[in-house]
Design a binder for this molecule. Structure first.
Ligand SMILES: Cc1ncc(COP(=O)(O)O)c(C=O)c1O
Length: 401
C-alpha cells in the first residue's frame, strides 16, 4: 500500500516545496519516482474507451499527463496558491501557451515593453500575424496602461522584475485596470520565483515560469509552468497543450521537483549574495549605473519592497566606455562565466545588447535603458567575496588595455 501523507492546510511554503504533490507508489519510495513512460496500458478495451471519453480520470499518454509531471505541477500549484499548474517543456512554451490558448483573431493584447526578447517577439511578431492586435506600453507608466486598456482587451502580459533592466511593474494597479477592460493578467514571475512574489495575491490571474532558471537552479534542464484557476487551466489551456504537445519530460519534472526542495535555501543565499555584490558595485566610480531592486537608488525600490519579500539574484550595471571596454571586462573574468542563462548556482554574465536583446532596434534598446556597456549578472552561490574579487580584477584589466 502506498504511504501518502495528505497535504495539511497549515503547511508553510518550505514544507510544501519539499512535500507538496508527492504521490508514492506501492513501493513506498522516499523520493519521488520518475515514471519514464510514454503510454499506459488498459486491462480491457472498454477502459481505453472510458478514458478517451473522459468517463474516468486516468493516465492515457504522457503528452497529456504523467505521474512525475503531475507531482511537479501539484507542488508548484500549492506553493503558488493556484488551483492548477500545467507544466511545459520550456519557459517559452509556457509563455506562448498562456496567451495562444486564449486569443483569437480580432482580440487585443497589451504587454509591457521591458520583456525577455522571445516574449516580446511573441507579442510583436507572432500574435499580430494571426490577427491579434498588440499594444506595447512602458510597464512602469500607469497612464500608458490606462490608455491602452480603454478598449476591451483579452489579456495583459507583464514581467516583473524585468529582464534585463529590472523594471518593476505595479501588479496590483495594472490588474485593477486590466480587469476593468475584461483582460486576464499574466505575470512572468521568473526573476522573483514563487518565494519572493505572489502575483495571484496581488490580483493577477495567471503566473508563468521558466523553471529552467531558479527552480532547477543548477543549469541542468529546461522546463516551464503556467498556473491559474481551474476554469482557465482545464478548459482553455489543457486542450491547447494536449493537442499542440509542448510536454515536459518526466525526467526533467523530477529534476524540478528536487530543485524545489532546496529553492528556499538557495534563494535566500542568492539574495544575500546579490545584495552584497550590488552594494559593492555601487561603490565603484567606473560604472555608469547599477540596478538592483533592493538598492534605494533603484527608481522603483519602494514598489519592489511592497510587492516582493526580497529582491532576487539579478544585478545589472553599465561599464563606462561602451561595448569595447565592456567586452574587455567580460573577457577578463576568471570565475564568473559568460552565459545567457540565469538563476544558476554559478554566477553568469551576459551582454544583453548583443545576445538576448540583440533583435531589438537601437531605439527600443535605448527606451529600455539597455546601453552597449550594460551587463546582466546572475549572482550564484559561490562565496560572494570571490565574485567581488573577480569583478575587481576584471575592472582593473579592462581599465589597463
Ligand atoms: C523572464 C524570462 N521569461 C521566459 C524565459 C524563457 O524561458 P526558457 O529559456 O526556459 O524557454 C526566460 C529565459 O531566459 C526569461 O528570462
Amino acid at each position: 500500500m502506498a504511504v501518502n501523507k495528505p497535504v495539511q492546510d497549515s503547511w508553510r511554503a518550505q514544507t510544501l516545496a519539499v512535500r507538496g504533490g508527492t504521490k508514492r507508489s506501492e513501493f513506498g519510495e522516499t523520493s519521488e519516482a520518475i515514471y519514464a513512460t510514454s503510454g499506459y496500458v488498459y486491462e480491457y478495451a472498454e477502459q481505453a474507451e472510458d478514458a478517451f471519453k473522459d468517463r474516468v480520470d486516468r493516465f492515457i499518454y504522457s503528452r497529456f499527463s504523467n505521474p512525475t509531471v503531475d507531482m511537479f505541477q501539484d507542488r508548484m500549484a500549492l506553493m503558488e496558491g493556484a488551483a492548477v499548474g500545467k507544466a511545459t517543456a520550456t519557459g517559452m512554451a509556457a509563455v506562448f501557451a498562456s496567451m495562444a490558448s486564449m486569443v483569437q483573431a480580432g482580440d487585443h493584447v497589451v504587454g509591457s515593453r521591458a520583456l525577455f526578447g522571445s516574449c516580446l517577439y511573441i507579442l510583436t511578431e507572432i500574435l499580430p500575424k494571426w490577427g491579434v492586435e498588440t499594444t506595447i506600453v512602458d510597464g512602469t507608466d500607469l497612464n500608458q496602461w490606462e490608455d491602452a486598456l480603454k478598449r476591451p482587451t483579452k489579456c495583459v502580459f507583464v514581467e516583473t522584475p524585468s529582464n534585463p533592466g529590472l523594471d518593476i511593474v505595479d501588479i496590483k494597479a495594472v490588474s485593477a485596470l486590466a480587469h476593468k477592460a475584461g483582460a486576464k493578467v499574466i505575470v512572468d514571475n521568473v526573476f522573483a520565483t514563487p518565494l519572493l512574489q505572489k502575483p495571484l495575491e496581488l490580483g493577477a490571474d495567471i503566473v508563468v515560469y521558466s523553471a529552467t532558471k531558479h527552480i532547477d537552479g543548477q543549469g541542468r534542464c529546461l522546463g516551464g509552468m503556467v498556473l491559474g484557476d481551474a476554469d482557465y487551466c482545464e478548459n482553455t489551456l489543457k486542450p491547447f497543450l494536449r493537442h499542440t504537445g509542448p510536454s515536459l519530460s518526466p525526467f526533467n519534472a523530477w529534476v524540478m521537483l528536487k530543485g524545489l526542495e532546496t529553492l528556499d535555501l538557495r534563494i535566500r543565499r542568492h539574495c544575500e549574495n546579490a545584495r552584497q555584490i550590488a552594494d559593492y558595485l555601487e561603490t565603484r566610480s567606473d560604472l555608469v549605473k547599477v540596478r538592483y531592486p533592493g538598492l534605494s537608488s533603484h527608481p522603483q525600490h519602494e514598489l519592489a519592497a511592497a510587492q516582493m519579500t526580497d529582491f532576487g539574484s539579478l544585478v545589472t550595471f553599465s561599464v563606462e566606455g561602451g561595448k569595447e571596454r565592456c567586452f574587455r571586462f567580460m573577457n577578463a573574468l576568471k570565475l564568473i562565466d559568460i552565459s545567457n542563462n540565469l538563476g544558476d548556482s554559478k554566477s553568469l554574465m551576459t551582454h544583453p545588447a548583443t545576445t538576448t536583446h540583440q533583435r531589438l532596434s537601437v531605439e527600443d534598446r535605448e527606451s529600455l535603458g539597455l546601453d552597449d556597456g550594460m551587463v546582466r549578472l546572475s549572482i550564484g552561490l559561490e562565496d560572494p567575496a570571490d565574485v567581488q574579487d573577480d569583478l575587481d580584477q576584471a575592472f582593473a584589466a579592462a581599465a589597463k588595455a
